[in-house]
Ligand binder design. Structure first.
Ligand SMILES: Cc1cc2nc3c(=O)[nH]c(=O)nc-3n(C[C@H](O)[C@H](O)[C@H](O)COP(=O)(O)OP(=O)(O)OC[C@H]3O[C@@H](n4cnc5c(N)ncnc54)[C@H](O)[C@@H]3O)c2cc1C
Length: 461
């Protein structure tokens, strides 16, 4: 099924066929209906079925499991939450922020644990995270960031500053002036995780209906072209695509991110570069690039720009942006000039979701039975697992530590109507690009950069 294989390198790498599961044919009644078979929907189904095999669960997916961001992302299993610990503390208090931070750190291991326990060959590797500085300003910012992590209770050995020589023992990046390093991150082949999870969930007795679009998400009811699903609990797990549902255009902003992947690289390249533990790697800019070494020895790299399309539109043609692909190639060669003429074999993109205050959330209204989770921005691989466990506990009325975490019940106001939404997104992207340029040219920060830092912190960008 080329339509799906071409969505990302990760889909193309999947072993076996990509034949869609059956669509829904006629009305059904279940206990829990989940709309969206990405990580959020699938993890919710997984933990619900695990906790109570008698709950009747149906997942309704408009394409195939993993079709959205879950099958296209950078594969960073990151303990980072969509907003900083400092910001969560300002809204919910220090203890609550620390509890969320602890839960996120534990979630990285939980993803690997389940993958192993359930036999999902998702290429999970807990190699840590290297954030490379290529300018004096980035070094200053990253060193402060490491100190902040310690102030938030992260063990000194779990977040360290590496000077240029120490950083080179992990990965050799051109122009590296040092790096922040933590062993707490992992990487994964994202589509293998999503598709493997869908198989496990099917094996648990959950019905997954693919190529079945939900026309709406209402209390007790999910209408589809093939008939309605009636359920006591309805979970919306549609992330960026939420903006396509009736009445929800301003709930979530779909922002695009793009990636490219090289052909497999020879042993001589890796001898020179290192990168032995499949650490996830990015740089200290504001419009970052993010990368992983794949299990078959490619570099998959994404980022630079993050465009938004007027009216929160999501269209197939937006999955490709030749200018951003070209910019990514330039970035790749700047970081690794020894790549030479190595071919780029894959180019793809997809939408991720951001709420108005950039704050991810889990919600469940017991009165209506409506639940949702999302708004992870670029940190959804691990967070969606925490969301799935939390939603399962909320739905099953399990009074766990998870249901007391501060993102549960968090409310974000809607995005502004157009054209304000588009203007704001454009302005932010341009400003950050401009600041990145200024920061790379100077030895020290221009006077106005602390103002941008503060704005970013307050708004959560
Ligand atoms: C290029 C890219 C790189 C990224 N890199 C990283 C990374 O390295 N690390 C990280 O943590 N996060 C990353 N992210 C974000 C991360 O992938 C997402 O936050 C996460 O996958 C969200 O999972 P989800 O299940 O909530 O949403 P999705 O995976 O988008 O799933 C939503 C599903 O709902 C389905 N759907 C939508 N509307 C309907 C409807 N009406 N009816 C039925 N089904 C519907 C869609 O088809 C889709 O399958 C990246 C995202 C992108 C796009």
């Amino acid at each position: 099924m080329d339509r799906y294989r071409s969505r990302s390198f990760w889909f193309d790498e999947l072993p076996g066929g990509l034949t869609p599961r059956d669509s829904l044919h006629g009305p059904i009644d279940v206990d829990v209906a989940i709309v969206g078979a990405g990580y959020t929907g699938l993890w919710t189904a997984y933990y619900l079925a695990k906790a109570d095999p008698h709950v009747r669960i149906a997942v309704v997916e408009k394409a195939i499991a993993g079709f959205g961001a879950s099958g296209r992302n950078g594969g960073w299993v990151s303990p980072a939450f969509s907003v900083s610990t400092a910001r969560v503390a300002r809204t919910h208090g220090r203890d609550a922020a620390l509890a969320l931070q602890r839960a996120m750190l534990a979630t990285v291991g939980e993803v690997g644990r389940v993958a192993e326990a359930e036999g999902i060959d998702a290429h999970f590797a807990k190699g840590g995270y290297v954030c490379v500085s290529t300018s004096a300003v980035q070094t200053d910012r990253l060193r402060r960031y490491v100190e902040e992590q310690h102030a938030w209770g992260i063990d000194a050995q779990d977040y360290v500053w590496l000077d240029a020589a120490e950083a080179a023992t992990r990965i050799r990046v051109a122009g590296c002036r040092g790096a922040a390093y933590t062993p707490t991150y992992a990487c994964v082949q994202p589509a293998r995780l999503a598709r493997g999870l869908a198989d496990v969930v099917s094996g648990q007795g959950v019905s997954i209906y693919e190529r079945t679009p939900a026309l709406d998400v209402r209390a007790g009811l999910v209408p589809t072209p093939a008939g309605r699903v009636r359920a006591e609990v309805v979970v919306r797990a549609t992330e960026a695509y939420t903006s396509e549902l009736p009445g929800r255009r301003r709930a979530m902003m779909p922002i695009y991110s793009y990636m490219i992947a090289t052909a497999p690289l020879p042993a001589s390249f890796w001898d020179e570069v290192g990168w032995r533990h499949r650490e996830v790697v990015n740089d200290g800019r504001r419009l970052i690039v993010y990368a992983q070494r794949t299990a078959d020895d490619r570099i998959a790299i994404g980022g630079t720009r993050a465009p938004y399309h007027f009216g929160s539109r999501i269209e197939d043609r937006f999955d490709r942006d030749e200018r951003i692909f070209a910019a990514l190639e330039v970035e790749l060669h700047c970081l690794f000039p020894m790549l030479g003429e190595t071919p780029i074999t894959h180019r793809w993109g997809g939408p991720l979701g951001a709420t108005r205050d950039w704050h991810a959330a889990v919600q469940f209204d017991r009165r209506t039975g409506l639940a949702w989770a999302g708004g992870y921005v670029g940190d959804g691989v691990a967070t969606a697992n925490l969301a799935g466990r939390t939603l399962a506990d909320l739905i099953l009325q399990c009074d766990s530590e998870l249901v007391g975490l501060p993102w549960v019940g968090h409310d974000s106001r809607p995005w502004e109507p157009e054209p304000l939404r588009w203007l704001a997104a454009e302005a932010v992207e341009r400003l950050l690009g401009h600041v990145d340029g200024a920061e790379s040219r100077r030895a020290g920060p221009p006077r106005w950069i602390p103002v941008v830092d503060r704005l970013q912190e307050v708004l959560g960008w």
